[in-house]
Design a protein around this ligand. Sequence first.
Ligand code: SF4
Length: 401
Amino acid sequence: MDPRLLVEAVFRENPQLALQLRSYIAKLLEKLGEKWGSRARLKIMDFCGTHEWTITHYGLRTLMPKGLELVAGPGCPVCVTPSWELEEAMKLSFKGVTVYTYGDSYRLRTVSPVNGAYSLAEARALGGSVKVVTSIYDAIADARKYGKEAVFLGIGFETVAPGYAHALLAGLMPENLSLMSLVRLTPPAMFYSLSILREKPPEPPVMGVIAPGHVSTITGAKAWVPVAEAFEIPVVVAGFEPIDVMMAVALILRQLLQGRAEVEIEYKRAVSFDGDLRAQAAIHKAFEVSDAAWRGIGFLPRSGLRVREKYSEHDARTRYGIREMRVEEWKKDTPPGCKCAEVVLGKAKPTDCPLFLRKCTPSTPYGPCMVSMEGTCAIWARFGEGGVTEDMVRELGLLEG
Ligand code: SF4
């Protein structure tokens, strides 16, 4: 039997392992308390929106011992896409340039209206030319067929960048289609969030990070070494099964107990230390690294990708004269009352926001974290803080109260 299949089977169908891990995590935390001379209390940040989904959907917080909290970080590309960039795309749509977008960014609200519209969905309803696609390749096929001026809104992290690079390098883009690169690079954001939390440490402090698995398939685990070294905390790259996340928590606690602060890969079936070197080379060939704005957070140095001049005929910014936002122009671009800026930096929970499930719901998102399935507010709104499995966990006697 292929050992990979065996691993998959174990990870998906082994509740016994989950129970053992739960006890192991509790034991490690107890030992840490003995080592530190008081009851151990700490937070672990899950950086990636899909990890937050797994944690919340499966109710993993209910399986954590008292004193150990899992907090979400800024790992949702739609949540951090600046309002300013969306407004520029909406302006194009009203000028007859077709804007291709993913389904979640289609509903993302802007801070200021464009021709009365607050999202690409509203722009389309008011006469803008907007189409929803699932990939840049769909946009290429559609733009070829219709031959109209069109822009693909390239939102995402390192995971989507190889596809965009391939489209540019392989000459797949038809003459009438260009790319508005809104790709954001995750290591600078992780660095920034941890710096902010170091300046004013939360109670309890963040003592470890679960690093994104999808992103790491491209960047490799090496991308997180500077984080582990600078903040002297363990960083574990994890997969997305519930067992993967529990394993990552155990590995972080084990490192803390052993006095180590290193990068470890739990998601070995998909991630290597060096990552996908061919994808990295393609990204480097098609894009250059630039400073970039993150919604609610600010400008982060070297955290974005800009299309290289060599491919400028397919760069929407060059083609339509869309200039980069200046640092001094950036304002906290979340709507009034929205706590998304604190939510993405792990400083607040969705339930701390007075608008949560009142003015802001998954069907009528007001803030950016309520739109995508990777947005912390959207995840908590759908599954609740404890997750859908909480009742069952209680019935099985794994939780008191
Ligand atoms: S509930 Fe809505 S308004 Fe509140 S922080 Fe989340 S996204 Fe923003």
